[in-house]
Design a protein around this ligand. Structure first.
Ligand code: T4K
Length: 372
């Protein structure tokens, strides 16, 4: 088993024969992209699955984020979290918006709403929170602040596909919600993404924007971009919808097995499921605390040398990367929780095909290295 590499994630793919049927049809019709029939069908079926009104499909999540900011004409400063994948803040940079980092909550790893108000300035136009690992942000409190100050809210829900809060899709909240269907995500279309909107006019504008700004053959309404999802991605998405619930169930089983086996290990912390939330188990993060025998980074290296390619999502913080580190809000004192968590975090492998013996082995190693 030592020679087999176990990655933090692996994409779940449907049986190849089922995808070949779609490929044959695409070959036959020669309709490859630009709002083809699979694109239209996937958009409709995805909205049904998610329980939302308007879905706009994208080539990837990053282009969806960039376009979401464009469509709401966000400018000036945007309040966001440093504890995410760089794409979240890059989307602001690509729109010439200044990111304003706010610290995260210890118990959710999401932006701390209590700290948002003091970061608002006359230039603030929006809040860009992230539902990290698919754990829902404090949606009510964030909306309350946004309403008081007249700010837009765009959720980066790249990790939160299929998550529900009190029976509602997580994508129902905020002005817009952005999803990612990258290979490493719970639901993949190779690469891909979407914007969920709540109003037909906005959906139309999003669709213009992702197609160069075209509103008909001879009319360009705004300088748009090419961010269209192609027919291959859309066909895969359609097929994936058949398997998503089963995949989430398998992930849940793995998460519960980890919790059972990790229970009581000195220096290791993990999250339980949250009340009123249907989780998607996209990641299995643990915290390697000070009373664990070796450092987080040593454990990371040792697991790797045993074939377990665990990851330190999200270390370093976005605010520590060179394009952002000189921003006033990147100061370590401003981001105490985020800084500390990024030094303790380790994401263990989780994906539907992960075998029980592999879970047992990684936990055995975590126990073994705690004794030396
Ligand atoms: N917002 C947030 C909060 C995000 O997390 C992301 C993306 C975005 C926005 C942007 O959405 P997209 O534009 O990507 O749709 C990965 C992904 O590339 C990235 O999509 C993801 N977040 C981020 C958290 O993770 P890396 O550099 O860690 O990926 P990589 O290539 O090291 O893959 C991780 C592991 O997954 C590999 O060790 C093995 C496995 N893997 C990966 C790929 C690509 C496979 O088994 N097959 C594959 O095809 O960034």
């Amino acid at each position: 088993m030592k020679s087999k590499k176990i990655y933090v994630t692996r994409p779940s793919l449907p049986p190849l024969e089922e995808f070949l049927n779609y490929l044959e049809d695409i070959w036959e019709t020669k309709w490859l992209t630009n709002n083809g029939k699979y694109h239209r069908e996937f958009e409709e079926k995805l909205a049904e699955y998610l329980g939302v009104n308007f879905v706009s499909l994208f080539a990837n999540g990053t282009l969806a984020l960039i376009t979401a900011l464009q469509v709401l004409k966000i400018t000036g400063e945007v309040i966001t979290t440093p504890y995410s994948f760089v794409a979240t803040t890059h989307s602001l940079f690509w729109n010439s918006i200044k990111p304003v980092f706010v610290d995260i909550e210890e118990n959710s790893f999401n932006i701390d709403p209590e700290k948002i108000e003091s970061a608002i300035t006359p230039k603030t136009t929006a809040i860009l929170p992230v539902h990290v690992y698919g754990y829902p942000c404090n949606i009510e409190k964030i909306q309350e602040i946004a309403d008081i100050y007249g700010l837009k809210v765009i959720y980066d829900a790249a990790h939160a596909f299929g998550v529900k809060v009190k029976g509602h899709s997580i994508a129902e909240f905020g002005d817009l919600t952005v999803l990612s269907f990258h290979a490493t995500k719970v639901f993949t279309t190779f690469e891909g993404g979407a914007i969920i909107s709540h109003d037909e006019k906005i959906k139309k504008r999003i669709d213009f924007l992702k197609n160069f700004g075209f509103a008909g053959e001879t009319k360009v309404v705004q300088p748009g971009i090419n961010a269209k999802m192609n027919e291959f991605q859309a066909a895969l998405g359609l097929l994936q919808l058949k398997y998503i619930e089963d995949n989430i169930k398998k992930r849940k089983k793995i998460a519960n097995l980890y919790r059972k086996k990790l229970k009581g290990i000195r220096g290791i912390k993990y999250f339980e499921d949250k009340k009123d939330v249907k989780h998607n188990y996209s990641y299995f993060p643990i915290l390697v605390e000070e009373d664990y025998s070796i450092s987080r980074d040593e454990l990371y290296e040792r697991l790797k040398s045993n074939g377990f390619y665990v990851r330190r999502y999200f270390y370093p913080l976005i605010s520590e990367f060179s394009p952002y580190k000189s921003l006033p809000t990147s100061d370590r004192d401003n981001l105490k929780n985020a800084y500390e968590i990024s030094r303790k975090i380790l994401c263990l492998p989780i994906y539907p095909e992960l075998e029980e013996k592999e879970i047992e082995r990684v936990v055995e190693l975590i126990i073994l290295y705690n004794k030396r």
